[in-house]
Design a protein around this ligand. Structure first.
Ligand code: TYC
Length: 103
């Protein structure tokens, strides 16, 4: 029998495992040098946030040291991190952006 009963005569259902791909948090890290307005601009430009949302997240990072900016598939998260790191480097700011697998 496929849904086996062992020796008990009781049927046990095997759940069909539909594997969802893991999600990744994109984190922004604080530093002492990147201007606040630059961080707000990055959040608006690469994460589609409103000015108010961007300002709020920037302030959270500034006060707490880091914040989750968004949660994405692996490929999208990698792209966001690369875009932020590249844009920051080109503007000679030390802003750091990383990704982390969600639990
Ligand atoms: N701490 C920076 C400052 O005082 C501002 C800042 C905020 C930098 C968020 C990075 O991810 C960051 N100019």
């Amino acid at each position: 029998r496929k849904d086996g009963d062992g020796e008990t005569g009781l049927l046990t259902k095997t759940k069909p495992k539909t594997k969802r791909p893991p999600l990744y948090k994109v984190l922004l890290l604080n530093d002492d040098f990147t201007p606040m307005e630059f961080v707000v601009h990055v959040l608006e430009r690469f994460f589609g946030l409103s000015h108010a949302q961007a300002f709020e997240i920037m302030l959270t990072v500034h006060k707490k040291g880091l914040a989750v900016v968004g949660v994405f598939s692996h490929e999208i998260a990698e792209t966001k991190v690369a875009q932020v790191m590249d844009f920051s480097r080109r503007h000679q700011h030390p802003l750091q952006c990383t990704m982390e697998k969600e639990e």
